[in-house]
Design a protein around this ligand. Structure first.
Ligand SMILES: [Zn+2]
Length: 334
């Protein structure tokens, strides 16, 4: 036992592997430039740089996006199936919760109030962690996951129905879903308008789409704070190796309005407490770090979350809510 623990500790400290193909630095041949994915303007200002990539804000529409971005960032999760399986082994055995389970339950409770039942499509379903909870809430769930490794694990470990494809090429029946969810997914999407159009075809006329994204205004605020305090580059604020667009309430509304949707409900979801103790326990996904080990960040996130909830009522800009969750519906539906 002790030997195993020591082995884990050593291997994790040397090179912790998350299973994906993300890198610490992207050189010129590994990055690509693109125009603003909302208005197609090529004029922008740089807000931040990280890992050889830049976070910019469009001068025309204010959309914050990663440019240049990592080439083929959509394939980040096409990693090795054994690494993914090992990483989440105790969750698959139902011995440990996922560290985001409390977030998923909170989000599903919100969805349940709006659509208590029906056919749900989870886009970018990863290893099926959100879907397994949605199934417990009584939804008839299907997932779309482009990564062969993640799709395989979701089917084998949870018995879920997974379409192993990008949404646009998944060949699903039109107007067949009551709910489409993109939980922590839309910020990875390099063709957001095409994705929203594809969802529109699959959604029933009275259906809803639930999209949860990190808050660009919050990250921008955190970036400024990080630069003042000198802690900025240790915080990995933008996750720009995989997050290609950093939506704010304003730019999100612009994006979905242009694709014939309107916002039905806007929620500040619970903050995600990312585990920091991988080097102690030998795995990353399994449950949140104990409060005592990460009390400063957990406390700060919770404070920001409550301020964000107040901002949602009183302000246009949400600087403190770490994440944004939108329930949207087709525009022509009253
Ligand atoms: Zn733009």
């Amino acid at each position: 036992m002790l030997k195993n623990m020591n082995e884990n500790k050593v291997s994790v400290k040397q090179d912790y592997i998350k299973g994906g193909t993300q890198k610490d630095f992207y050189n010129e041949s590994e990055r690509e430039s693109w125009d603003c994915p909302y208005c197609k303007s090529d004029s922008s200002i740089i807000l931040d740089t990280d890992r050889g990539l830049s976070v910019v804000r469009c001068n025309k529409c204010e959309l914050i996006y990663t440019n240049p971005r990592a080439k083929d960032s959509e394939h980040n999760y096409f990693g090795d199936v054994d690494v993914f399986e090992n990483e989440a082994r105790l969750i698959f055995k139902n011995q440990k919760p996922h560290h985001r389970d409390r977030n998923y339950i909170y989000e599903l409770k919100k969805i349940k109030k709006i659509k208590p039942s029906g056919k749900m499509l989870d886009v970018g379903s990863n290893m099926g962690f959100f879907m397994r909870k949605a199934r417990e809430f009584g939804y008839d769930v299907e997932g779309v996951e482009p990564s062969p490794s993640l799709a395989k694990l979701s089917r084998e470990k949870w018995g879920l129905i997974i379409h192993n494809a990008f949404l646009e090429s998944a060949n699903l029946e039109e107007k067949s879903f009551d709910i489409i969810t993109l939980i922590d997914v839309f910020e990875h999407v390099t063709n957001p308008k095409e994705m929203l159009d594809a969802c529109n075809k699959l959604l029933k006329d009275d259906g809803i789409i639930v999209i949860k994204v990190p808050n660009g205004d919050y990250n921008h605020f955190k970036m400024k704070l990080g630069k003042i305090t000198g802690m900025g580059y240790s915080m990995d604020i933008w996750d720009c190796y995989e997050h290609v667009v950093h939506y704010t309430p304003k730019t999100f509304n612009n994006m979905i309005s242009s694709c014939n949707y309107k916002i039905q409900k806007f929620i500040i979801p619970l903050p995600i407490h990312t585990p920091i103790w991988a080097d102690l326990v030998g795995h990353y996904y399994l449950h949140t770090s104990p409060f005592i080990l990460d009390w400063k960040r957990i406390t700060l996130r919770n404070i920001f979350y409550y301020i964000g909830k107040m901002e949602r009522v009183f302000c246009k800009k949400i600087r403190f809510g770490p994440d944004l969750m939108f329930v949207i519906k087709k525009k022509h539906i009253v």
